[in-house]
Design a binder for this molecule. Structure first.
Ligand code: ZN
Length: 167
């Protein structure tokens, strides 16, 4: 169930996604909330860091665990602009998050029901509630705009290369 605070915290995750966008990374952002306060934020940066695990959720979980001084994050809610992948869903289960709230669905790698649903596996999950679709349009549009821009850039660069090879 979505509540009023969900929009407010998703806006903060969205602001983190825009940080990734500025770095030419796929714009996904996350925040971790404990007792009504944001304790950590994270944005996607696998390309810059040469790190396939550098997803927004992992960055936010790592930072929250440091702030709270606990490798488990019971009572915390993680907000992320895109449906988590299997790696991030696994990390969230290890962290024993109380709740995960995501924005846009990810039909390619989503692990909250789009491709698989790790959180629905009772043998794995006794802890984490899921809410999807919060600010889904805005979060999805940010990603679509990013990929449109990147494709346009790639076409532009290939045209320049073609030109310079012919002249
Ligand atoms: Zn992930």
């Amino acid at each position: 169930m979505q509540n009023d605070l969900d929009i407010q915290f998703m806006q903060e995750a969205f602001a983190s996604a825009k940080k990734a966008q500025k770095l030419d990374e796929v714009p996904v952002g996350a925040v971790v909330v404990y007792e009504g306060q944001i304790v950590a934020t994270g944005h996607n940066q696998p390309i810059k860091n040469h790190d396939p695990t550098a997803h927004a959720e992992i960055a936010a979980l790592r930072a929250a665990a440091q702030v709270l001084g606990n490798y488990r994050l019971p009572g915390c809610t993680l907000y992320v602009t895109l449906e988590p992948c299997a790696m991030c869903a696994g990390a969230m289960l290890h962290a024993r998050l109380a709740r995960v709230v995501y924005g846009a669905t990810d039909p390619k790698t989503g692990a909250c029901g789009s491709v698989i649903n790790l959180f629905a596996e009772e043998k794995l999950n006794h802890h984490t509630a899921i809410t999807g679709g919060v600010m889904a349009d805005e979060c999805g549009q940010l990603l679509r705009d990013f990929f449109i821009h990147r494709r346009a850039q790639a076409i532009h660069e290939s045209l320049i290369t073609d030109y310079s090879q012919k002249h």
